[in-house]
Design a protein around this ligand. Structure first.
Ligand code: RP5
Length: 269
């Protein structure tokens, strides 16, 4: 049996969230009737304060969902709210997410091979993840939300620079994932959909990257972290699966050092 969607988002929370209504695996699909389902409604005051219809420069949808144009492929419930296509999450409303429905994001994956080690640029997100009473700052890609109408390659480069100080083009990056993120902010009516793409930095570009790294914006720390199985066990949301997708791609390439391809295949298995 495959893993039900959002295993972490149903367990983890963002700051300010009420406890999630417990959703067992078999009750995740909306197609399974569940009359007792009563998730708490939550929208962060910060989201309300950034309503783009009221505040110049606002980035959030209005709270009245009927005033919002949603993508055509998104189902709505009886109140007009978009139904998270991945299923129930235990919280209604938008939580800390600005958009009703999909919130487009991008995750830049920056990798290099040096002295037999595969390294990645990762951040500790400033905002903690709350899980079972603990407040955690797991390793994450320096991703972020797309601006209105922004192409993924531009979001990838912009977010990387904003959070890590590194300037890199993603025009020729290899896209390894496009889809929902198992993010602690996820709700029944708002979720993140990311484009993850990686760049393999050439040997002569590594020093500049290491020199440029400086945390800012959503990142409280930025580091070059060795990619191994231990790392994959402690990453934010489903970022480990994004990393595995990049490793799988690397393992199949014949234009990278053979030792790197073998290492990537082993680390991602
Ligand atoms: C994750 O949150 C995405 O994968 C991306 O890394 C990030 C986008 O949110 P912000 O960093 O803009 O808060 O779900």
């Amino acid at each position: 049996m495959s893993t039900p969607p959002f295993p972490r988002a149903r367990r983890e929370m963002a700051p300010g969230y009420p406890p999630r209504f417990p959703v067992p695996d078999d009750k995740v699909p909306w197609s399974v009737a569940w009359s007792a389902y009563a998730p708490p409604y939550h929208v962060d005051p910060h989201v309300i304060a950034r309503d783009r219809t009221k505040v110049p420069g606002g980035w959030a949808d209005p709270e009245d969902v009927r005033a919002v144009t949603l993508p055509a492929n998104v189902d709505r419930d009886a109140l007009g709210r978009p139904h998270n296509p991945m299923g129930r999450t235990g919280i209604a409303g938008r939580g800390r997410l600005g958009r009703w429905g999909p919130n487009p994001a991008a995750d830049p994956i920056v990798l290099w091979w040096k002295d037999g080690r595969l390294c990645a640029v990762l951040i500790e997100r400033t905002t903690p993840v709350l899980v079972d009473g603990a407040s955690l700052h797991p390793w994450a890609f320096p991703g972020g939300m797309a601006d209105d109408g922004e192409e993924p390659a531009a979001t990838l480069a912009r977010e990387l620079e904003e959070e890590t100080g590194i300037r890199l083009s993603f025009d020729d990056a290899r896209v390894v994932y496009q889809g929902p993120v198992d993010d602690p902010r996820t709700t029944d009516h708002a979720w993140i959909e990311t484009t993850a793409a990686y760049v393999l930095v050439p040997d002569n570009g590594v020093a500049a990257i290491e020199h440029a790294m400086q945390a800012s914006d959503d990142a409280r720390a930025v580091r070059a972290v060795e990619v191994d199985r231990a790392l994959l066990g402690k990453m934010y949301a489903n970022h480990a699966s994004l990393m595995r997708a990049a490793l799988s791609d690397l393992a199949g390439r014949d234009d990278v050092p053979r030792a790197l391809a073998v290492h990537a295949g082993q680390a991602g298995s």
